[in-house]
Structure formats: C-alpha cells, structure tokens
Design a protein around this ligand. Sequence first.
Ligand code: AP5
Length: 220
Amino acid sequence: MVNVIFLGPPGSGKGTQASILAQELKIPTISTGEVLRKEVENQSEIGKLAKSYMNSGELVPDEVVVNIIKNRITDSDCQNGFIVDGFPRNINQAIVFDNMLQSIGKKIEVVFNFEVDENILIKRISGRFSCKSCGAVYNRYFKLTAKEGFCDNCQSDQFENRVDDNESTVKSRLRVYHNSNIELVRYYEKNNLLYSIDAVKSVPFVSGRLMEVVKNFPKV
Ligand code: AP5
C-alpha cells in the first residue's frame, strides 16, 4: 500500500504524473481541482460556491475541500493506496488530513514536491488543452495529439481550455501557491516525507523517478 501526495505549482505536471502513476500502481487519484471542476460543471451547491474562488485563482474554503477528501478517502478503491493531487494546499488542510488519516489507521508514505521554473509553468499552462469528451490533457508546445484535431484516447474532435488558465488567474494561482507552499514543504520535511522532483524534465523521465521512489514501499 502506498499513499502519496503531489505538491507543486500550477502547471508543474501533477495531474499528468498522477494519471500515469495511478495506472502503474492500480490505485486511484484524488484531485480536488478535478472534483471541484465537476461540481462547477454540474452547477451543484458546492460548485456554485467554488466557482468564484476558482475563477479568481483563490483557494476554495478549507471545509469544502476537506469534506471532499473525507468522503473520498474511505471509498473501497482507496484501500490499497491513493494519490492525492492538489491537496493539501495549506498547513491547516495538512493537519486536518493527518488527523483524518490517523483516525482511519492510515498514513502518508511520501510527498512529492514538483519543482519547475516559473517561465516554464506559464508556457505549460498557456499551451494546455484537453479533450472535452475524455479529459485527456495535451499541450500546444509539449504534447500535441498524434493526429491533428483528434484525441489520441477517444478520437473525439472536441477540445477545451480551462477557464482558470487565463493570464490574470494564473498570476493569482501562482501567488497563492507561493504564499502557502513554503510552510507545507517545511511541515512534510520535518516529518521526513518530502521528496523533491525536478519536474522540468520530460514526462517519462519524471514518471520514472516517481516509480523508483514508490517501488521502495512495501507491496508495490
Ligand atoms: P488544480 O486543478 O489543483 O490546479 P493547479 O494546482 O493549479 O494545477 P494544474 O492542474 O494547473 O497543473 P498540474 O500541475 O496538474 O499540471 P498538468 O499535469 O495539467 O486547482 C484548480 C483550482 O481549484 C485552484 O486554483 C483552487 O481554486 C481550487 N482548489 C483545488 N484544490 C484545492 C484545495 N486543496 N484547497 C482549496 N482550493 C483548491 O500539466 C500542465 C501542462 O503541461 C499540460 O498541458 C501537460 O501536458 C504539460 N506537461 C506536464 N508535464 C510536462 C513535462 N514534464 N514536460 C512538458 N510538458 C508537460
């Protein structure tokens, strides 16, 4: 069993790597950003509340995301491990998460901290687009579809950009990230869980490094 957290700035490749690692390890990814985007799309109460925070690049209130995690982490498919992408985002979320895990007899084995220069992040975010039908993520600069205009995964010809991938929201997402990440990094460093990842490298290189580390945990 391996329980993993991905920390990192917007555009650092957390979602890309989470889906690769999840497939390799046959464990689920829990992405608070993904869950929140679905809630917004469905115009649920949570979605209505989260929308303005997300569109301005601010954090959605802790109690909302904590509840999302709390409801998901006890699902049966999380029994053999999970990857949490985008949570925790601040020290309060980290402490609540630790207590939550402790109360169900679980713990985090490793926290990967994705490190990427800001100019590369901007390029990755501005180039990102995804398949409207299956959600596969591509990039105008780094990862085009094999056949122009068609998703590699499901052959759909419908693509979309994320609403929060515009210049002013990205600036705000980066500011929010810098404000809270140092404290989070220190917290996990102190608990001997932090593992820095040079996420500037190619997608296969980064996933290789992640696998090397998680391989050392029992039953992987
Ligand atoms: P969230 O969805 O978590 O977004 P984020 O953290 O800003 O991260 P991104 O999804 O933008 O980037 P990523 O690191 O996953 O990169 P990706 O793999 O796509 O959060 C969105 C919002 O939800 C937040 O702003 C907040 O409002 C709210 N929220 C979420 N969680 C919350 C929480 N816990 N508390 C409160 N609020 C919360 O890659 C980016 C691009 O680069 C892609 O096009 C990809 O193809 C490409 N790429 C990836 N890796 C490489 C590589 N190695 N080389 C070249 N290109 C690459």
